[in-house]
Design a protein around this ligand. Structure first.
Ligand code: ADP
Ligand code: MG
Length: 721
């Protein structure tokens, strides 16, 4: 075999230098520090510790044999190939190479002694191995004592090179115990031992315990990782506890809050009242709220948000409400204007498409404090947006904002409220020093943080809530407003489209409205658009006399708004749309939703889409059109949709199908959050880590910080978002 030319293995140095190909590849994989390499664990192992006699080797299994070449020739069959015969006295075996170099031919010449690993099969011309791994040896070359690790790697990074770099790093890496005695559960090895073992296990280990990660060495790693995660959450909690927010107390003399409650066209559900009280309680304390309001689609989160906003406004502060899409932001804007302007609150509106003079004027109303409530897309957190006194930020459909956007929001909010406080020292109702508890007195002059309320229809499954979001207070609306009939979900193969169109016609004849959602075409807005336009034309033709509208992301904002307004008013019967209507859109008279190529959508996305119907009292149907063949994941998603309407169950299944990293939208940011532990399999370790973290942070803050640094490094930031 041609030896892989290996660059020298060198310790990483601080001096800038030109990186070799494999070094660049290492960097790309995030394998920079010794500790990174030490924590880069094998995918699997190869057993090169044993040699089997050729006569005893069984077919269909990977095996290692050693022998001497008795024949080596190039044969011309359907392809040119190198055919080598190897014998060890007990029997003979053919090695077959379909692609080979001249140098290989030389290395495999007659008389050479070879150690060969591969899968043995019963070939046409006798027993053979195709493309085995080959190593030239002497009669006395020792066998390795431990299993050979096979690491996850990339094309630019040869396995043999990676093995050497990892082994060298493992010897150098600072792997001393950071945790005080008694913290690590009894029976788990030292970290150094655990890692040495996992990189080079002895051949007598049970392969199953390595594979299912139940081996004590694996348990040690998982424990440490979970502990680091819990510690980082406990630290975030502490940091937050040190921050000061304006205490937004309810006014006794009946402010906008009381008036809004009195003028709402419906009575709040008891769940809405309960979460409202939880939020009001947080707002009234001088610590920034960090609360997630979760409630299934249609459970009525918007009004809870509006009530929270009025508490801030009554206390003399501003509130910002952010939505992930312009359509949703616009809808919120209209709804909130309807509720709040009659009560004398100014509502401003900021999106990316709003430019020029209109924007400047809006910014002035925000900066002067005239606008009590500012509604918009993430344009609300742009740099030029300055609030006079931001007391509360609300993020709707927060899971739709990427991890990076959530981080940006947090940074933007940091100290925002303080801008105002720093400028003023008057005794406005917002002057918080009066409310500050004595133990906060020394921090009273620190910049103020606004309260943060996040809302989502995608509930966080319990396991995630306990781990990633341990630092988040959660309020749950577990009840729908009265009079709703659950949406019936039906699957139709694409070929049954005509029957579906008939159904649309029937619904329209009854005076109801219909959404027709066009397939998602990954990463191509142009194709999305083409699709929607074509569907619009076709549906228009098959439904003569029916007003069919079109809505897509590329339309100018004003046009989108006009179409949405017309649909809301009933002027459009069938709305053909891309996924721009996915979140939040609320038209109670819509009773049928058709989703084309439903198999292309994610599960929570389908659930969100389905949530657009069933908002009124009429029985609603969601039709999922799909094209065969379905992938396993596609099947699982559609099955879940048919089987349940429950957002919690949907979220649980979504987590099963996708795994936690993707579930949280962290993939896009490249931050793998848990590498070793699995929240379901390792629930017991997680519980232990949860129990241990707070007292450890309390008593051994330096050990705690070192543990977080070792295991999370820069990722700790993401865990706070
Ligand atoms: P989501 O939680 O999905 O954001 P919305 O806030 O859009 O739900 O509310 C869905 C619909 O239910 C809206 O039309 C809203 O006005 C209405 N609604 C909210 N709360 C109640 C209630 N307590 N009784 C009746 N209707 C309500
Ligand atoms: Mg909503």
């Amino acid at each position: 075999m041609p030896e892989v030319t290996e660059p020298p293995v060198t310790a990483p140095s601080a001096a800038p230098r030109v990186l070799s190909g494999p070094q660049r590849a290492l960097q790309k994989l995030g394998l920079v520090r010794d500790i990174d390499l030490a924590l880069h664990l094998p995918l699997r192992y190869e057993d090169e510790t044993r040699i089997v006699r050729i006569a005893d080797a069984r077919e269909g299994q990977p095996v290692q044999v050693e022998g001497v070449v008795s024949d080596c020739r190039v044969e011309q069959r359907s392809r040119r190939q190198l055919v080598v015969t190897l014998g060890d006295g007990s029997g003979e075996l053919v090695l077959r190479f379909l692609n080979f170099y001249a140098s290989q031919q030389k290395a495999l010449a007659v008389g050479k002694r070879l150690r060969v690993r591969g899968e043995l099969r019963g070939g046409f011309l006798g027993r053979e191995m195709v493309h085995p791994a080959v190593k030239a040896v002497d009669a006395d070359t020792p066998l390795p004592a431990s299993l050979t690790p096979v690491y996850p790697t990339s094309a630019q990074l040869p396995q043999a090179y990676l093995r050497k770099v990892v082994a060298a790093a493992l010897a150098r890496a600072p792997l001393g115990e950071l945790l005080p005695e008694g913290v690590v559960p009894h029976g788990l090895p030292l970290l150094r031992q655990a890692l040495l073992f996992l990189h080079q296990p002895l051949p007598d280990v049970s392969p199953a315990t390595l594979e299912d990660r139940s081996h004590p060495a694996w348990q040690r790693l998982k424990f440490d990782e979970l502990l680091a995660q819990q510690l980082s959450q406990a630290m975030a909690r502490r940091e937050r506890a040190a921050l000061v927010a304006p205490a937004l107390r309810e006014r006794a003399d009946g402010g906008v809050h009381a008036q809004l409650l009195a003028t709402l066209p419906f009575a709040l559900t008891s769940a809405q009242r309960r979460v409202g009280a939880e939020i009001a309680h947080d707002l009234a304390t001088p610590q920034p709220m960090h609360r997630l309001l979760q409630g299934d689609v249609g459970s009525g989160k918007t009004v809870v948000a509006a009530l929270a906003a009025t508490l801030a406004i009554d206390a003399g502060w501003q509130c910002a409400l952010m939505a992930p899409t312009e359509i949703l932001a616009e809808q919120h804007f209209h709804k909130l204007i309807g509720w709040l302007e009659p009560l004398g609150v100014q509502v401003a509106w900021l999106t990316g498409s709003r430019k020029g003079k209109a924007r400047t004027q809006m910014l002035e109303r925000v900066a002067s404090g005239a606008a009590g409530l500012v509604v918009g897309t993430h344009a609300v957190i742009q740099d030029d947006v300055l609030f006079a006194r931001l007391g509360l930020a609300i993020v709707d459909e927060q899971h739709r904002f990427g991890v990076a956007q959530r981080l940006a929001l947090r940074r933007k909010l940091a100290g925002q409220a303080g801008l105002a406080a720093a400028q003023e020292s008057g005794d406005s109702p917002a002057n918080t020093t009066a409310h500050v508890r004595p133990d906060h007195a020394d921090r009273a002059r620190a910049p103020l943080e606004p309260h943060l309320l996040m809302m989502s229809a995608t509930p966080i499954p319990r396991t995630l809530a306990m781990s990633y979001f341990a630092d988040l207070a959660v309020s749950t609306i577990d009840e729908l407003p009265p009079g709703r009939t659950p949406v019936l979900t039906k699957l139709f193969a694409d070929s049954k489209r005509d029957a579906v169109v008939e159904r649309v016609q029937g619904e329209v004849a009854k005076g109801r409205q219909v959404y027709w959602v066009c397939p998602l075409i990954e990463e191509s807005e142009t194709l999305d658009l083409k699709n929607a336009t074509e569907t619009h034309t076709r549906l228009g033709q098959s439904l003569p006399g029916v007003a069919v509208g079109l809505l897509h992301g590329r339309m100018p904002a004003a046009e989108k708004a006009a179409v949405m307004a017309l649909f809301t008013a009933g002027g459009i019967a069938v709305l053909v749309s891309t996924t721009v209507i996915e979140v939040g859109v609320d038209v109670p008279n819509a009773s049928l939703m058709v989703v084309e190529h439903a198999e292309r959508f994610g599960l929570s996305q389908l659930h969100q889409l389905r949530g657009r119907v069933g908002r009124g009292a009429v029985a609603s149907v969601c039709v999922l059109l799909y094209a065969a063949p379905l992938s396993d994941a596609g099947k699982a998603r559609l099955k879940a949709m048919v089987e349940t309407n429950d957002g919690f169950e949907i979220a649980r299944r979504d987590l099963d199908i996708r795994g936690p990293g993707e579930f949280m939208g962290a993939r896009q940011s490249g931050a793998a959050l848990l590498r070793f532990a699995d929240l379901t399999d390792d629930a017991a370790l997680l519980a232990e880590a949860r129990r241990l973290a707070p007292p450890l942070l309390e008593r051994e803050p330096r050990a705690a910080a070192a543990q977080v640094e070792r295991w999370l490094g820069t990722k700790a930031e993401y865990l706070k978002a």
